[in-house]
Design a protein around this ligand. Structure first.
Ligand code: PAF
Length: 276
């Protein structure tokens, strides 16, 4: 079966119409696809999987890497062909944000803190584009990677609160052999930075172990931030242990918890998280 590339919402809906009865999944992406994205396509488990490829300008602040963000549609298409020829939706910015665009979607709850403390524009940009993509395709399920764990919870909240007819699924983080979570932004890392980057996951494992053994979650977070600097990260935005369902701060591990971190190395900001 040949891979179909659509660029407008009308084309996408026409391509999906004959397939709707058998089940449709969507994997929203910003392209620069790697094995982590391909694992989301595999996790989608529906006869038709739509992969959207759109570098969404509203989730980048003016000083961030929107212009530098890697874009290579033909390479993305070649990669998607290896996982069973899904349907691609690659809209222009004008298709998503038509002339006069004036509707922004904001989500409360899990948006609070963490990423929002450092990227206050981010979740409104994500929620606005994800709402548009889900309404364009109306998939039965949509799959998001757990690497962006806060984003996953924000999208779940969005789908529930807006009554979208789409089940939001999280898929496990795909990692390199040294534990580095796969990310399109890993392409920015120099060889020396790449060697340091794998420590993010190792430090999170240590934080989780320390939290479980010692029980003092604030001490475990402070240890994690200090360790990240000690192994070569230039700065740490946060190392935080939170309730896994709500991302509310927790003081003990009686409910399922997650440790989440964001740290900078060179010009690259890396995030990671894991269950405790
Ligand atoms: O995770 C991403 O790649 C993006 O934030 C998303 C969900 C595709 C929205 O632009």
């Amino acid at each position: 079966m040949a891979l179909t590339v659509t660029h407008t919402i009308a084309e996408l809906r026409a391509a999906l119409a004959p397939k709707r009865a058998d089940g449709i999944a969507m994997v929203p992406t910003m392209g620069a696809l790697h094995d982590g994205h391909l694992s989301l396509v595999t996790a989608a488990k529906k006869p038709t999987v739509v992969v959207s490829i759109f570098v969404n300008p509203t989730q980048f602040a003016p000083h961030e890497d929107f212009d530098a963000y890697p874009r290579d549609l033909s390479n993305d298409i070649a990669k998607l062909e290896t996982v069973g020829a899904p349907l691609i939706f690659a809209p222009t910015a004008r298709e998503i944000y038509p002339h006069g665009f004036a509707t922004t979607v904001t989500v409360g709850g899990p948006s609070a803190g963490l990423e929002t403390d450092f990227r206050p524009h981010f979740f409104a940009g994500v929620a606005t584009v994800v709402a548009k993509l889900l309404l364009a395709a109306l998939p039965d399920v949509a799959v998001f990677g757990e690497k962006d764990y806060q984003q996953l919870l924000v999208v779940k909240r969005l789908a529930k609160d807006r009554g979208l007819p789409t089940e939001i699924l999280g898929a496990p983080i795909a990692r390199e052999a040294d534990g580095l979570a796969l990310s399109s932004r890993n392409a920015y890392l120099s060889a020396a930075e790449r060697a340091v980057a794998g420590n993010l996951n190792k430090v999170l494992k240590d934080v989780a172990a320390r939290a479980k053994e010692m029980g003092d979650l604030r001490d475990a977070e402070a240890y994690g931030a200090a360790e990240l600097k000690a192994v070569g990260f230039d700065s740490v935005d946060y190392v935080a242990i939170r309730d896994a369902e709500t991302l509310a701060p927790v003081s003990d591990l009686r409910c399922p918890a997650r440790v989440l971190a964001a740290a900078h190395i060179g010009r690259t900001r890396l995030i990671d998280n894991m269950a405790i």
